[in-house]
Ligand binder design. Structure first.
Ligand SMILES: *[C@@H]1O[C@H](CO)[C@@H](O)[C@H](O)[C@H]1NC(C)=O
Ligand SMILES: [Zn+2]
Length: 610
């Protein structure tokens, strides 16, 4: 950066401080760790400032001008984008700050399905991902307790996430932690890798003396002992868990945003924010530390219900400038049709191949799913349904189709083709989605494509699940129905990671999408040689399609097409600087890829240390 621009940055900081003061006066209770400053540079002092950036190469994702050399930024937006030829003949305004950089630019990346607060919580909890044994788990908890003295009391439970019973050979129990003298008496709640089960310690069990025999849509695991609660049964534990204070949550959100910026993310779709989280986001989004754009899906306190007043309360509290700048918006709702494949919780049309006595379970019946989806759609919300099993996906499509019918009823008698056109057009304005869309009967894949329902897919789930997918599903179902990506391309799949379930790094997601091998190991499901092809390789994406899944597709999936995920005039000035052009990077290097800088709204929010 040139000296003159450093000076200009100094001025920007000064004027930002004035805005900070004004905003601080408006915020009732500034939260610890969050500087109460507006991210928007729309104060009068900075309105006219143009900053002109030139790079070695710019990939824009704008069809009319796919590559560029320079762009100008005013007020957090791209004001001009110049191709190589145009850049040569263009003279920036005399008062513009000019920045020349040797890096290569791509549009800012979005994660289409993640959990912001839970990721922050994860960053402040025990990391159990990849734990190989119960001993390994106990060692990690001991290390956490050593590093976080005071954790594990009745008021502040130890939280952890990432265990997988397949590594232990059986479900874990409260006794497994209790047998370690150092862990005895510690309050803890440890989430399974897919966050569909919680494993608690004996002191927590002791707080639950009167457990019901059965929990509809859930399971209290009793073999080989007590300690694990799955799906709806997790609510029993969540109800007595001492919730972190708003200050702790604010700190967690701040850590999460910093970590997301570090991997090149400028925006995310929060796949389930409770009314309390939405309220917190509403407060924090006015701050300078709010460096990730958040499109949040409402998740009612009682799952799968209708609670529009919660979202309306956030809207009433929000400044228009925050919504206009897409720093934080609530336009969608998250519903849940079923649980996860790993714990046999996803609802299948036919029984599980390795558990032939069960077809999994729905968290809501088909009638009720349709009625709650329709109610939210009538209120103007984008309806996003979590569906993993093929039965859940079928019912999700039924519910979304019914909601489209209700939103856009036929005006006259029509044939089948006209009906499909009407529903497609309706879907283009409502953008209903299926979250995960993992196992879909071929008939229903055709319906998704016909209606244009948006699949929201996590490429790293496919590679992580590949270990057990075939035993759960059997070969035929796996080959016809599971983990589609390429075959769903015409429906514009949104890609994401489901962080903290998987790391948020979008380059790992891109790697998994283009190779169908695990970014953690570089191996396919056979775990073998370099000749291992990857998991269901017919479903690989090209690099261009995978990148689109983390830029243009999530922009469309959150009503921001032309504004996000693209470098063009009028779009948000969000970009990522790389050391080399992305299409020249060796695919294997994407597994441990490091971005150089991340910019959001014309502001640099991450710089890689030297
Ligand atoms: C579906 O669920 C609702 C609400 O739990 C219940 O009232 C209704 O009877 C159920 N319908 C069927 C067909 O099971
Ligand atoms: Zn999720």
């Amino acid at each position: 950066m040139a000296t003159s621009s450093l000076l200009r940055w100094g001025l920007l900081l000064l004027s930002a401080a004035v805005v900070a003061l004004a905003v601080a006066l408006r915020l009732q209770q500034p939260l610890t760790g969050f500087s109460p400053t507006s991210l928007s540079t729309s104060s009068t002092a900075t309105t006219a400032t143009t900053t002109h950036y030139c790079y070695k190469g710019i990939r824009t994702h704008d069809r009319e001008k796919p590559s560029a050399e320079c762009f100008s930024v005013v007020d957090g937006l791209f004001s001009r984008v110049l191709s190589e030829n145009e850049a040569t003949s263009h003279t920036p305004p005399a008062d513009a700050v000019v920045v020349e950089d040797s890096g290569y630019v791509i549009p800012g990346l979005w994660d289409g399905h993640g959990h912001l607060l839970q990721y922050g919580e994860f960053l402040h909890s025990v990391d159990l991902f990849g734990s190989q044994s119960l001993d390994d788990v106990r060692a990690r908890i001991r290390a956490y307790l050593d590093a976080n003295p005071g954790a594990g009391t009745k008021d502040q439970w130890v939280r952890g996430v990432g265990w997988d019973q397949t590594a232990f050979g059986r479900m874990p129990t409260a006794a497994d932690v209790d047998q370690d003298p150092q862990l005895r008496g510690v309050y803890m709640m440890l989430d399974r890798i897919d966050v569909h089960c919680s494993w608690v310690s004996q002191p927590v069990l002791d707080l639950l003396p009167n457990l019901p025999e059965e929990v509809p849509g859930g399971e209290i695991v009793r073999e080989p002992g007590m300690g694990v609660f799955c799906d709806n049964a997790m609510d029993l534990v969540a109800a007595i868990w001492p919730k972190p204070t708003p200050d702790i949550k604010a700190r967690q959100v701040k850590s999460a945003m910093a970590a997301l910026n570090e991997v090149g993310l400028v925006g995310m779709h929060d796949a389930g924010a409770t009314p309390a989280s939405l309220h917190l986001y509403g407060q924090l989004s006015a701050s300078n530390d709010w460096t990730v754009r958040v499109h949040a899906m409402v998740e009612c306190d009682k799952r799968n219900t209708f609670c529009p007043e919660a979202a309306a309360a956030v809207a009433a509290q929000q400044d228009d400038s925050i919504v206009d700048a897409a720093k934080f918006a609530v336009r969608s709702v998250k519903l849940f049709a079923d649980g996860a494949l790993g714990s046999w919780g996803s609802a299948m049309i036919e029984p599980y191949t390795d558990h032939p006595w069960t077809t999994g379970s729905l968290l809501i019946n088909a009638t009720e799913l349709t009625s709650v989806a329709t109610a939210w759609a009538a209120e103007g919300y984008q309806v996003n349904i979590h569906a993993i099993g093929d039965l859940a996906n079928r019912y999700a499509i039924d519910a979304l189709e019914a909601a489209l019918e209700q939103q856009c009823p036929p005006s006259a008698e029509e044939g089948e083709e006209e009906k499909v056109d009407r529903l497609r057009l309706c879907q283009a304005t409502h953008r209903f989605r299926i979250e995960h869309a993992q196992i879909i009967h071929p008939d229903d894949q055709a319906r998704i494509l016909r209606l244009g329902i948006i699949p929201s897919i996590q490429p790293t789930h496919a590679t992580s699940d590949s270990k057990y997918a075939e035993s759960r599903l059997g070969t035929d179902r796996l080959r016809s129905s599971a983990y589609r990506m390429r075959s769903l391309l015409p429906a514009h799949p949104v890609l994401g990671s489901d962080f903290p379930v998987e790391p948020p790094d979008p380059f790992q997601g891109i790697y998994a999408a283009v190779t169908r091998r695990s970014p953690h190991t570089g191996l396919g499901p056979d775990g073998g040689s370099a000749a291992d092809d990857g998991f269901l390789v017919d479903e690989v994406l090209s690099l261009d399609d995978a990148l689109w899944g983390f830029t243009g597709a999530p922009a469309y999936g959150s009503f921001l097409e032309g504004k996000a995920g693209v470098i063009r005039e009028g779009a948000f000035a969000d970009w990522v600087v790389l050391d080399a052009p992305i299409d020249e990077v060796d695919v294997e290097d994407l597994r441990n890829f490091k971005v150089r800088e991340t910019w959001v709204g014309g502001r640099r929010v991450y710089t890689r240390p030297n």
